[in-house]
Design a protein around this ligand. Structure first.
Ligand code: PS7
Ligand code: MN
Ligand code: MN
Ligand code: MN
Ligand code: MN
Ligand code: MN
Length: 348
């Protein structure tokens, strides 16, 4: 018997990829280049977490409302027809939540194995976000910083690794290396948090750990004061050095990835992160300007070059050396950064 072609599924996919293109700068391209088996699952993984993060980021929602949404989001994704219209008009990804029923529809069409991975990560991330959104709870210690970044990004790494192993594209070992998967997320998130100092502070969100900034200022917002310019730059190099601690794990993880489309998907955000770290290092502008980005041409080059481990390792060494060369010998992290660079010289 002839099977009817399901046009409604086409229409749904068009809406989903529309939302993907609207809400991500860097992930849209790499997700669309994934092999068919994983493309929709990872697109929906992205859109579900983007929805959750939009609620976390919206500082116009009262905590009494926000926290229950974060904690139950893993159940919401099973509720056909659910949409959210209460979030503030200025939140940039608002439209995704307004039309969230299409994300739910797509999610429910995925293979159950992928649904389970997405729902499990969403539950753990939502609870972690709820914890750090709670009044009086802040990122104080470096251990807190690693924990917060684990919730919002490390867990994404764990879930993606489980998908790579579950579909058979990668060995079961990839899912087993939760430490390396976590570092993949932490390297991206720490770069993002370091870059977004000013944007997050404007929204009254503080993700730089007090254990670090407290060495350089009385209050985190004092770093922007012109008279604290030198201390601010020392603090920044401390944050850059902390993020560089994950470079070795990132290269070790990428060395395991064999499927070419998975490799590019994993590698491109990481090379963009190290290029971004290089741009941030010793750059006082992060305290005065929001949304500092690497040049478009540099992004294009990085996306083209990141197709095998030897080239990616070379890119990491190139940027790490540039970071090292920019370091001021009088900076307290001069030696630490040099050591972090040295750690990736021999690997891969
Ligand atoms: C499922 C691809 C590849 C093993 C939305 C990709 C926000 C850095 O905070 O908007 O808005 O300024 O720049 C992505 C590991 C997660 C971590 C995390 C889901 C890599 C919700 C990305 C992405 C693991 C929480 C950038 C983590 O957002 O930041 C999929 C392997 C989402 C990955 C957030 C941040 C992503 C991020 P912000 P962005
Ligand atoms: Mn967030
Ligand atoms: Mn966000
Ligand atoms: Mn943001
Ligand atoms: Mn950010
Ligand atoms: Mn952002």
């Amino acid at each position: 018997p002839k099977t009817k072609y399901d046009y409604s599924k086409d229409k749904m996919r068009e809406r989903l990829y529309h939302h993907l293109n609207m809400t991500s700068r860097s992930f849209a391209a790499v997700i669309q280049d994934l092999d068919e088996e994983l493309k929709d699952a990872i697109c929906l993984f992205y859109l579900v977490l983007r929805g959750l993060d939009t609620i976390e980021d919206d500082m116009t929602i009262e905590l009494d409302t926000k926290i229950p949404y974060l904690k139950t989001f893993h159940e919401i994704i099973y509720q056909k027809g659910w949409t959210f219209t209460k979030n503030g008009p200025n939140e940039k990804d608002r439209q995704l939540l307004v039309e969230f029923d299409v994300v739910i529809e797509g999610f429910l069409k995925l293979k159950p194995a992928y649904q389970t991975i997405i729902a499990d990560i969403t539950e753990r991330m939502g609870n972690g976000m709820a914890h750090y959104a709670t009044a009086g709870i802040h990122v104080e210690t470096i251990a807190d910083y690693d924990e917060y970044c684990h919730y919002v990004a490390g867990l994404v790494g764990l879930g993606l690794s489980e998908m790579f192993s579950a579909c058979g594209f990668e060995s079961p070992l990839v899912a087993k290396r939760k430490d390396l998967s976590n570092s993949m997320g932490l390297f991206l998130q720490k770069t993002n948090i370091t870059r977004d100092y000013l944007e997050d502070l404007r929204d009254n969100r503080r993700f730089w750990p007090k254990e670090i900034w407290g060495l350089y200022a009385e209050k985190m917002e004092d770093l922007v004061k012109p008279e604290n310019c030198d201390k601010a730059k020392e603090c920044l190099s401390h944050m850059v050095w902390n993020a560089m601690g994950h470079m070795k794990d990132v290269l070790e993880y990428l060395e395991m990835i064999k499927n070419p489309s998975c490799f590019k998907f994993c590698a491109i955000p990481q090379v963009m992160a190290i290029a971004t770290l290089n741009m941030l290092h010793t750059n006082y502008k992060i305290f005065t300007h929001e949304n500092i980005k690497i040049r478009k041409g540099e992004t294009v080059w990085l996306m083209k070059e990141s197709d095998n481990i030897d080239k990616v390792a070379a890119i990491f060494r190139l940027y790490a050396r540039q970071i090292n060369n920019k370091s001021n010998p009088l900076d307290p992290h001069f030696v630490n950064i040099g050591v972090a660079c040295g750690e990736i010289e021999q690997i891969c």
